[in-house]
Design a protein around this ligand. Structure first.
Ligand SMILES: O=c1nc[nH]c2cc3[nH]c(NCCN4CCCCC4)nc3cc12
Length: 373
């Protein structure tokens, strides 16, 4: 067990990387998908199930946990790992993105963000320093800098000023983070849809010699080709021997194409949120169990899956549960979806090791396109 934070590059296939992040609480096999545990729970799942599916790390949200139950309270109760009974690594987002997408009446300045809680209307101020303090109180293993995710489309000078603010906040977060052995603080590359600004952000953050680098400001509604073009610009500008994390991504297709461009870590609410809304991710593509065509289909989602939710329940039963609004419907589909996402990541890790990622990606896309026979 290591007391430090260490990224090892084990294999490459084109720009894709197979690696490992070793931390005191465990090793993260990359490419990795991080199930989203926003308020200290991966919704509709037991933590043991999340682990059994192969997750090495989960994501928590500073914004949600600072509002409820409160960072100091979580610290008094032993920290987020103890509180949520997840002893493995946790990455926490810094809150800026959630403030801008969830909070009421928010104001952003050089100092930080001021906002009213969407829960009880209480006004909160969050500076880069306070965000890092909260993530430390939670006991987060990988802490994200506070940043500004500029809404697109935006004028170039607006994107530039926002990117430069995030760079100044990265510096303040690095100072506030100090020296926390075994933990890491990641910078977040901004720059909107402007390749030159993206490269400037990546190079400036690299100069801070951080433990890892996230790519933010994407998966905010831009077309996939725009997102991929930003990765083509950013990844070569980031250090080879540090992990790269694409925030908020994505669909299976987004993940495959981003791994091929050099991304190592992902998080997305898609598999869990879609599961609660009746949508199943499978190797034959997406299946909407709300659709009446499943009402008498006795087949399981995937007879060859080793996940009981995919193998042992008929589509007819899942359709019934979803239509009836039964809790078990969301539980089974979340289980299936996270199982599919983790098996997707394992397949990508194996393919990179074997130098056959291009063929593997083509076979995946063919399965999704063939659809559900
Ligand atoms: O620039 C960011 N900085 C900090 N955190 C972020 C989180 C993000 N999450 C996303 N996208 C999430 C997209 N997701 C897709 C499924 C439905 C709900 C929204 N972009 C992000 C950018 C950032």
């Amino acid at each position: 067990m290591t007391q430090s934070f260490q990224f090892s590059l084990l294999a490459t296939d084109g720009a894709a990387r197979r690696g490992e992040v070793s931390m005191p609480r465990g090793t993260i096999r990359t490419p990795a998908f991080m199930p989203v545990g926003t308020a200290g729970t991966v919704k509709a799942m037991y933590m043991d199930q999340v682990r059994d599916l192969g997750a090495d790390i989960i994501l928590g949200n500073t914004y949600h946990l600072m509002l409820r139950p409160g960072a100091e309270r979580v610290a008094r109760l032993g920290g987020l790992h103890e509180f949520a009974r997840w002893p493995h690594p946790i990455l926490t987002d810094s809150g800026g993105f959630q403030v801008m997408s969830l909070a009421q009446l928010r104001k952003l300045s050089e100092k930080g963000v001021t906002f009213k809680s969407h829960i009880d209307g209480v006004v909160h101020e969050m500076s880069p320093e306070r965000s890092i303090e909260i993530q430390g109180l939670l006991g987060s293993d990988i802490q994200m800098q506070l940043d500004e995710c500029v809404a697109l489309p935006a004028e170039r000078d607006v994107i530039e000023r926002s990117m430069e603010l995030s760079l100044r906040w990265a510096d303040r977060c690095k100072i506030a983070f100090g020296d926390q052995p075994g933990r890491a603080m990641f910078g977040i590359v901004q720059g909107g849809d402007d390749e030159a600004l993206r490269v400037r952000s990546a190079e400036a953050l690299t100069g801070l010699d951080l433990k890892g680098y996230a790519v933010g400001g994407l998966a905010v509604g831009e077309p996939q080709p725009v997102m991929l073009a930003m990765l083509d610009a950013v990844c070569p500008a980031l250090p080879q021997h540090k992990p790269r994390y694409l925030m908020g991504v994505g669909t299976p297709d987004d993940i495959v194409k981003s791994v091929q461009r050099g991304i190592d870590m992902f998080d997305c609410v898609m598999p869990t949120r879609a599961g609660r809304h009746g949508l199943a991710y499978t190797r034959h593509g997406k299946i909407n169990l709300r659709n009446a065509r499943h009402a008498e289909d006795s087949r399981p989602l995937d007879a060859e899956s080793d996940c009981p939710a995919a193998r042992d329940y008929s589509r007819a039963y899942l359709h019934h549960l979803v239509k009836a609004g039964e809790a078990l419907g969301g539980m089974l589909l979340t289980w299936n979806n996270l199982s599919y996402y983790q098996s997707l990541m394992q397949g990508l890790r194996d393919a990179i090791e074997a130098g056959r990622l291009a063929d593997h990606a083509a076979a995946l896309a063919e399965g999704w396109a063939r659809g559900d026979l």
